[in-house]
Design a protein around this ligand. Structure first.
Ligand code: SF4
Length: 352
């Protein structure tokens, strides 16, 4: 494990307490969502004191100044946010200061053809949509919907969203369009092959996510986790796979289909933790910075004092630098020693 630079100069991007750089800012635009997935269970209300467009721009600018090269816009459901396109436009000039990639994570149900084009025109590079089943019953179960009919409607909306995003220029073959699926044993692990088939048919990378103890409401148990090795075994027995090493700082490991029809990725936070090179900072819709997906609610740093018009313009960078320097999070590695019983901030509030 790398150690922090001995005499960091003020121009060196800050390293955290375990020698990890800041690379990705996950910025949540809302804690609300139009779905209620049982592994997430978002709040129905927004937190008070939501950031303004200008304040969000200041947060992105400060993070880029500290080395962040990737911005992921999240929620809750970020398409519920009316200023999404304006924010993406506003941060474009930061591409001359090190921002290289702007991505969006959305459940896709609100992504119309017009919105997909507007996001592309605003300067969005990549979209990751979500679908946890390939039939109405499974989608309803995994999205907290009333019945299979509602599930069918949601499935159709996400499939339409895939088409809209592709038509707007988010090319799956270039990795600009992917599909996330959380897999939970006994709830939707029977959807592994149907989801793989759905994505193979569309040339989409299926990003499978091990069910995690995010937040404090989903009743997580290790017994409900389908590990990456089991998921790839089950899919590989149908369509042979070739594995790749996990890229540095990546949350997922990738496999390609030996028949050349694209590939899959697995986010294995439980069975193969990747905290060693985690470079992600999260900022909530109301401006609280967290250094880990499994952070305790009280561990966040409220950035509002540095986001006021009267605040010292360099104060935010200094505050984030200190926060990052003091960061020693490696929860997923520690989880194995003491699973369960931790009080985590809610995932929809943190921005996933
Ligand atoms: S558990 Fe925390 S430190 Fe580990 S990879 Fe996830 S966000 Fe990073």
């Amino acid at each position: 494990m790398a150690t922090p630079a001995a005499n960091p100069t003020s121009s060196d991007p800050p390293l955290d307490g375990l020698g990890r750089p800041l690379g990705v800012l996950r910025l949540s635009l809302t804690a609300r969502c139009n779905l209620a997935c049982p592994y997430c269970l978002p709040d129905e209300q927004e937190p008070p004191g939501l950031l303004s467009l200008e304040q969000r721009h200041a947060v992105v600018q400060a993070a880029v100044a500290l080395g962040a090269h990737s911005l992921r816009l999240t929620g809750g459901e970020p398409l519920l946010h009316s200023q999404l396109e304006r924010l993406i436009e506003a941060v474009q000039p930061l591409r001359t200061r090190g921002l290289r990639d702007i991505a969006l994570t959305s459940n896709g149900t609100l992504l119309s053809a017009k919105r997909a084009r507007a996001l592309r025109a605003a300067g969005l590079d990549r979209i990751t949509l979500s679908l946890d089943g390939a039939d109405g019953t499974s989608v309803a179960r995994m999205a907290g919907l009333s019945d299979a009919t509602a599930g069918e409607r949601t499935l159709a909306a996400v499939q339409a969203a895939i088409g809209h995003a592709r038509d707007a220029g988010f090319d799956p073959a270039a990795g600009a369009l992917k599909l996330n699926a959380v897999i939970q044993r006994g709830r939707n692990d029977d959807q592994l092959l149907p989801l793989a088939e759905l994505c193979r048919g569309q040339g989409l990378e299926l990003r499978l996510i091990e069910y995690m103890d995010v937040g404090s409401r989903n009743g997580w148990s290790p017994a409900d986790v389908v590990s990456a090795s089991e998921m790839t075994e089950r899919i590989g027995s149908r369509w042979p796979l070739e594995a790749f090493e996990r890229d540095l700082h990546s949350t997922s490991r990738r496999w390609r289909y030996r028949d050349g029809t694209g590939g899959i990725a697995v986010v294995a936070s439980v069975s193969e933790p990747f905290c060693g090179d985690c470079n992600r900072l999260r900022v909530t819709a109301d401006g609280v910075a967290y250094t880990c997906l499994f952070a305790a609610p009280s561990s966040g740093l409220d950035l509002q004092p540095w986001l006021q018009p009267s605040a010292d313009p360099t104060g935010l960078e200094q505050a984030l630098t200190q926060l990052w320097h003091s960061r020693r999070d490696r929860y997923s590695e520690e989880r194995q020693a003491s699973p369960g019983g931790h009080h985590h901030a809610e995932m929809a509030y943190l921005g996933g």
